[in-house]
Design a protein around this ligand. Structure first.
Ligand code: GRF
Length: 204
């Protein structure tokens, strides 16, 4: 399946997806496109290094979210993209865009959802004093960080953790589970059912 990855920054998850696809000649996914809403970010270099088309669609060039999302949608459709992975993409998407891609768009979030939604999940987990947090890949629905869960991994919080040390452990887990989720979704082993729940079929 032809996949696009949407990023805003470093793109370490993008790299994990690129590496997983490159490591398997029979991989069911082909990463065809990377879109960043910010110019000059490291993720764009990672895409270029892998020979993947990388484009910048700057949100600030649009009057409103609907215009930005329409440009995203057009770029994806023009290339026949079938599956979208949000990987550190820090823009809220409008409901019409999300609905157009329902069941075909995944996101990774650095907590065990539904705990610690939002942009500060790692700090919030530390502040709450939880001893276990984690990472989640889920289908994207209009409500932020609320979609049906595909895969999760638990990550321990160590007594001496600060945001940086916990983030490193979180990222290691992310780089393990996002490639797994991409493989399942691209192979059709996981899908979003009409009842709005994640369905698993075939080997997983
Ligand atoms: C990850 O922690 C992801 O969970 C969050 O943003 C971060 C992106 O990191 N949504 P990277 O750009 O993939 O390195």
């Amino acid at each position: 399946r032809d996949v696009a990855v949407l990023i805003s920054g470093s793109g370490s998850n993008l790299q994990a997806l690129i590496d997983a696809v490159a490591a398997d000649p029979d991989h069911p996914a082909r990463i065809r496109l990377v879109i960043s809403n910010r110019p000059g970010v490291k993720g764009l270099d990672r895409a270029a290094a892998a020979g993947i088309e990388a484009i910048v669609i700057e949100h600030k060039h649009f009057h409103d979210r609907a215009g930005f999302d329409a440009a995203l949608d057009e770029a994806l459709r023009a290339r026949g993209i079938q599956l979208v992975c949000l990987a550190g993409f820090m823009r809220i998407l409008t409901a019409p865009f999300v609905e157009a891609w329902t069941g075909r768009m995944l996101n990774i979030h650095p907590s065990l959802l539904p705990a610690f939604k939002g942009a500060h999940a790692i700090d919030d987990a530390l502040a709450a004093g939880v001893r276990v947090t984690g990472v989640t890949v889920h289908y994207v629905v209009p409500e932020m960080d609320a979609g049906p869960i595909v895969i999760q991994a638990a990550v321990p919080v160590q007594p001496n953790d600060d945001a940086a040390s916990l983030a490193r452990r979180i990222h290691t887990a992310e780089h393990r589970i996002y490639p797994a989720a991409l493989r399942w979704a691209a192979a059709g082993h996981v899908s979003l059912g009409d009842d709005g729940r994640t369905r698993y079929s075939g080997p997983a």
